[in-house]
Design a protein around this ligand. Structure first.
Ligand code: NAD
Length: 263
């Protein structure tokens, strides 16, 4: 298969933020894309309208709450109804953040954290890998985080889930390598999406600062580059990992964090 042939890419958590940036990038390459995420119908309508106007490939929405394994299974079966040969690219990107000290962390949120980030990714790899093996080509990318490589107080369960994705990618990469399938992790630093904006709002409140002041202080100091990582930069990395050129990159965890974890 060459890069110019039409591919089908399924990106989870693609109704906003990083995932939406990744599907825009894939759509610009002419791929059919499958989006999913928890949001209002109007958001899905807007995305599908944008894709119809700007790109050649199809944009299909499928729904599932990733804390519910039955919903994930039904979502996968719906995808196969539309694409009986399966997908070519899977990006496990859905996620959320909850900041609290480990001794006060709600057990329900721990369970959801592991379910959405790690178990859902395992289930999707488990479901779609046989189709990729049959094709003799496939690309899987897990969105881990700089917090999968290190941690910080308040993000212990998030780090545990993100570190789990790195292990999941390594094992999958080894099992899938003979079939022309790669599996990698990306480890982004702070990207200005809803997930981070919520954290900055909370910090601004705690420190009695305006959101704008806290936002520029945060992004001006958090990474050695003194800038947020951009959605386009992350989408560009994922697009590379899903290309033919990246066929020898597998089992890797690639930092895209403005130097944060180099310190
Ligand atoms: P976002 O909030 O914009 O997007 C999160 C996506 O995940 C949304 O589409 C949302 O609907 C989906 N999602 C959340 N809970 C879900 C559930 N229960 N079931 C199904 N889908 C669910 O945030 P983002 O920053 O774009 O995050 C995307 C990924 O990138 C996440 O895995 C996040 O942990 C990771 N990440 C983000 C940053 C950052 O700085 N923003 C850094 C490193 C890693």
């Amino acid at each position: 298969m060459t890069d110019t042939q039409k591919r089908v890419a399924f990106v989870t958590g693609s109704t906003s933020g990083i995932g939406l940036g990744i599907v825009r990038k894939f759509a610009s390459l002419g791929y059919d894309i499958i989006i999913t995420g928890i949001c209002e119908q109007s958001v899905i309508d807007e995305i599908q309208k944008e894709f119809k106007q700007n790109y050649k490939g199809e944009c299909t929405y499928v729904s599932a709450d990733f804390t519910n394994q039955d919903e994930i299974q039904a979502m996968c079966e719906n995808i196969i109804k539309k694409y009986p040969n399966g997908i070519d690219i899977l990006v496990n990107n859905a996620g959320f953040q909850h900041v609290a000290m480990v001794d006060e962390y709600p057990i329900k949120i721990w369970n959801d954290m592991i379910a959405v980030h790690l178990t859902a990714s395992f289930l999707l790899i488990r479901f779609f890998l046989p189709f990729m093996k049959k094709k003799g080509w496939g690309r899987i990318v897990n969105t881990s985080s700089q917090m999968g490589l290190i941690s910080t107080p308040g993000k212990t369960p998030y780090s545990a889930a993100k570190a789990g994705l790195i292990g999941l990618a390594k094992g999958t990469a080894l099992e899938a390598a003979p079939y022309g399938i790669t599996c990698n992790c990306i480890c982004p630093g702070y990207v200005e999406t809803e997930l981070v904006i919520k954290q900055i709002k909370k910090m601004a409140l705690d420190e009695n600062k305006s959101f704008e002041d806290k936002r520029s202080e945060f992004f001006g100091s958090i990474h050695p580059t003194k800038k947020a990582v951009s959605i386009d930069q992350v989408a560009g990395l994922v697009s590379y990992l899903c290309s033919d050129e990246a066929g020898s990159t597998t089992g890797s965890s690639i930092s895209i964090d403005g130097g944060y974890t180099a310190q």
